[in-house]
Design a protein around this ligand. Sequence first.
Ligand code: ATP
Length: 215
Amino acid sequence: MRRIAFFGGTFDPVHIGHLTIAERLLEMFGLDEFVFIPAFHAPHKPDRPPTSAFHRYAMLCLATADNERIMVSPIEVEKGEKRYTIDTLAELRERFPDDEIFFVMGADSWTDIRTWREWEKVLTSSNHIVVSRPGYELSTGHVGQEIAKRIVDLRGCDDTRDRLQKGEHIYLTDAVEMDVSATDLRSDLSDGTLDHPDSLPPKVAKYVEKYDLYM
Ligand code: ATP
């Protein structure tokens, strides 16, 4: 049985926060693989056209090329339409019946989880890892008592391997604190002033420039 984490998102573009989460969780949770799942659909922002899923996919491949345990899955992009996490999770369980699956999200997604389609089923049909994010609280009150019973609070804990439990749980961790956001990066790139160039993996920065994304 392998232990695999899946990290869904827009990744518009993938940044150093996403990559640090992947690297850190691989070690902390003793994962065999960490898989990025870019969504086909990027929410339309009024100030610019949506970035093609193919560009977002390509940037993820460039950013992860050097780490053998970090992969990118086309499972959502190849559908060619918006997909809900509940459906992707069901498909992943079918594809990986013998593996232990973790679904990763940041604290902002966790805060909004009740807006997700069938959110209670999402939270109970797989393991989850919720990663802290500056500016967002890792609260637990909004998910209700029954789901709160599944929460394992690993904040302050560096190596979690002996804290993992049988059955589906929601692990909260503050092992990554990265103040980076794709929204800020897009805004900086469109102004032509990338204040923190280290926030973008070098190959992604080159790709963004080459294809004139976010300008
Ligand atoms: P945007 O600003 O456009 O919303 P983002 O930086 O949040 O972009 P997404 O692709 O939307 O990136 O995020 C995918 C997942 O990564 C989400 O679950 C989000 O919570 C998480 N995430 C992104 N950046 C961070 C960060 N700095 N710390 C923790 N989690 C993060």
